[in-house]
Ligand binder design. Structure first.
Ligand SMILES: NC(=O)c1ccc[n+]([C@@H]2O[C@H](COP(=O)([O-])OP(=O)(O)OC[C@H]3O[C@@H](n4cnc5c(N)ncnc54)[C@H](OP(=O)(O)O)[C@@H]3O)[C@@H](O)[C@H]2O)c1
Length: 329
């Protein structure tokens, strides 16, 4: 299995599994037993890196809360020492469109205990601040991370949607292993952050690497089920689907040259771009989970990656959901 190192020493598979969709964001949660089986099957097929978060929650048909961390913890309980589990703190309200950030030390302390319990583990391998809290300094958050490391509750930490200034200040207090930022062929803003990631030796875990599924080329309509956030995403409006046709055509051509799928090419492009980029595509289907993992085996030369970048610069494409513009100093 292809592996890579995040930060100084966190060994992960070159593709990780984004587990959010089993509980949150894409309509009704998957039945818990089915989700546990699917995540376990992902481990059996070679995934060693799993992504979840405190706020990934949904409601089960019986009205109970579906905690994604519990599902992930159950699936991996007996192979715990062989896998890297990443989770996140710092977003207080999960059902509001308006994310409420809270990274006060007291809240982080409560969050870590809750996550450890739901995951059924005594340590978290990679603990991300889910969003920057403008009321708490990076030094304060990094200080708490240092304490949690000293206590053995976490072994590495990271920041989601990090900008350069915050990353530098946080890293000066406690070594940051990875940033987890939105990054895909449709959202390349964080390429501006590459020099600082290289300087500080910090990995980039790419979330929504398939632009929430658009880059798979398999979504042909703008209607989604109840509770599916894609119905509000700008890349899936009827106009956007039309506008993105040339982009999907480009992906199909590259995919045909590699005897691969558009999803695999979307992932392979970033894996081949930098040795410290690790995408974490999410899927609830085993065939797709397997397809995505195999993207780690596709080789592209630096020249081909550069040609794709150029083509992406030129091809029309719609806006894409979310993402924070990189703040430059
Ligand atoms: N840090 C953050 O703020 C943040 C934000 C969002 C997400 N995340 C993390 O990133 C992970 C991935 O992001 P994401 O789920 O938002 O977006 P994504 O991985 O870009 O796209 C997921 C969508 O693509 C579909 N899909 C995946 N592989 C496919 C394939 N091979 N062929 C066809 N369709 C495929 C999935 O549908 P099916 O399930 O039907 O296959 C799902 O609808 C999440 O699970 C979560 O762990 C983090």
């Amino acid at each position: 299995m292809e592996t890579r190192i995040l930060g100084d020493d966190l060994k992960v598979t070159s593709v990780g599994l984004g587990c959010m969709g089993f509980s949150h964001g894409y309509g009704k949660p998957t039945d818990v037993d089915e989700a546990v089986k699917a995540i376990r099957a992902a481990y059996e097929m070679g995934y060693l890196f799993f992504d979840t978060a405190e706020i990934y929650q949904g409601i089960n048909p019986d009205g109970t809360t579906n905690y994604n961390e519990e599902v992930v913890g159950k699936a991996l309980h007996d192979v715990r020492d062989q896998v890297v589990i990443a989770t996140k703190f710092g977003i207080a309200a999960h059902e509001s469109d308006d994310l409420k950030v809270d990274s006060s030390p007291e809240t982080i302390r409560k969050s870590v205990e809750g996550s450890l319990k739901r995951l059924g583990t005594d340590h978290i391998d990679l603990y991300y601040q889910h969003r920057i809290d403008p009321t708490v300094s990076p030094e304060t958050v990094a200080g708490v991370m240092k304490e949690l490391m000293d206590e053995g509750k976490i072994t590495h930490w990271g920041i989601s949607e990090a900008n350069e200034d915050y990353l530098r200040r946080a890293n000066a207090v406690c070594k940051v292993t990875a940033v987890q930022n939105r990054y895909s062929m449709m959202f390349r803003e964080y390429e501006d952050l590459f020099p600082v990631l290289e300087e500080l030796h910090v990995g980039l875990v790419a979330f929504s690497p398939l632009a929430n599924g658009l880059l798979t080329g398999q979504i042909k309509q703008s209607r989604f089920g109840e509770g599916d956030l894609r119905s509000k995403m700008p890349q899936f409006t009827p106009e956007a689907l039309k506008k993105n046709q040339d982009l999907l055509e480009l992906l199909n051509e590259i995919a045909a040259n590699h005897d691969a799928t558009p999803a695999q090419i979307s992932l392979a492009w970033m894996i081949n771009k930098k040795p410290y980029i690790v995408p974490i595509p999410g899927s609830r289907h085993l065939d797709r989970i397997e397809d995505n993992l195999k993207a780690g085996q596709i080789k592209m030369s630096a020249e081909e990656v550069a040609q794709i970048d150029q083509a992406l610069d030129d091809v029309p494409m719609s806006d894409v959901f979310g993402g924070t513009r990189v703040e430059k100093k």
